[in-house]
Design a protein around this ligand. Structure first.
Ligand code: MN
Length: 338
């Protein structure tokens, strides 16, 4: 039997490899559970093969935090399933996304083992990593190139966003200069990209994480004030929603109303622009009405809901954006499954 305990140097803590192995399996099973509802045919086998390939390729690598490297591809795959809603091909690609860049495995190896679809996605992901190495003057051009890749297979961008989100969530273990570089790339390139693809909660989280690392004092200050004013804000949102809810119920349309506080980043931007103190920022929250109607009734139902809102509240024409009539047709859905 192999010695399950490894000590990398005298000063480093003892690592229990058996415990780590169990933790890796636990995280792998969590991924399978999340993916389960959409698995078909041989999907589970394919995911297992990708996991084993990735675990083997990265087995001697650790993240800067000291954790086994495989935690990262597992987390990226988890985000792809749970937070973006991607399917098996994307899970496989997410698990393998750093294999070509960081190990001896080649695109040809991936092609042989997982087929051309996965190989093309990994190839796209590996190329994107190279794009941003040339400094900021290249960034606009790079951005354009990246969008071109998107027409090829939007999954490349979606997995890249999952990758970036996990790197931002684990930014603490990076040295300061790397933190700043990764954070600024995130705010200039990845957050706008997430926004453009309609991944709003990922966009907000990327922005908040940017602020947390680049302007930690401002971030903490706003977070604290939001916590302190939470109760009053919830009550206000409740009172605001009440009359709308009453009228909506009478239409017979199925709906959900959600009040949500604005992200810390968006409040920070507002504070900077308006030069007003936190206490005078009026729109600290947003209300979202989600309607459940057949697609051909969506437009009419949205206008109906809008009409109900304006029965109770006066719209501000300067701030009004009509996304109902000018909706951008999205090519995303046909990529999401499989
Ligand atoms: Mn990665």
């Amino acid at each position: 039997m192999m010695n399950a305990v490894e000590r990398r140097s005298d000063t480093e803590p003892i690592i229990d490899l058996e415990l780590e192995r169990q933790e890796i399996l636990k995280r792998y099973r969590r991924l399978l559970r999340a993916a389960k509802p959409m698995l078909k045919g041989d999907d589970a086998k394919l995911i297992k093969k990708a996991f084993n390939t990735s675990a083997e390729a990265h087995k001697n690598m650790r993240r800067r935090s000291g954790e086994p490297y495989i935690y990262h591809p597992l987390a990226v795959a988890q985000i792809a399933v749970e937070e973006i809603g991607l399917g098996t091909t994307s899970i496989v690609a997410a698990l393998l996304h750093d294999v070509v860049e960081d190990t001896d495995t080649t695109i040809a190896d991936i092609d042989r083992a997982f087929g051309p679809k996965v190989a093309r996605i990994i190839d796209g992901l590996t190329k994107i990593s190279g794009y941003f190495e040339y400094g900021s003057s290249q960034q606009a051009e790079n951005f354009r190139k990246m969008l071109l890749t998107l027409s090829d297979d939007v999954r490349v961008i979606l997995i890249k966003l999952a990758d970036r989100l996990h790197n931002m969530r684990t930014l603490e273990s990076m040295p300061r200069d790397k933190q700043l570089k990764i954070a600024s790339e995130t705010i200039y390139i990845y957050a706008p990209l997430a926004h453009r693809l309609g991944l709003y909660s990922i966009k907000s989280e990327l922005e908040d994480l940017y602020l947390k690392h680049v302007e930690p004092e401002a971030y903490k200050d706003i977070a604290k004030k939001l916590r302190e004013t939470r109760l009053a804000r919830d009550r206000f949102i409740g009172r605001f929603i009440e009359p709308i809810e009453k009228d909506l119920a009478e239409t017979g349309i199925k709906y959900v109303i959600k009040g949500r506080p604005k992200s810390i980043y968006s409040i920070w931007t507002k504070l900077n622009k308006s030069k007003k103190p936190f206490e005078e920022i009026y729109d600290l929250f947003a209300v979202r009405i989600i309607l459940d109607v057949p697609p051909d009734e969506e437009k009419a139902a949205c206008w109906r809901a809008y009409s109900i809102v304006t029965d109770h509240y006066k719209p501000n024409p300067d701030r009004l954006k009509d996304w109902i009539s000018t909706r951008v047709p999205t090519a995303m859905n046909r990529f999401i499954q499989r």
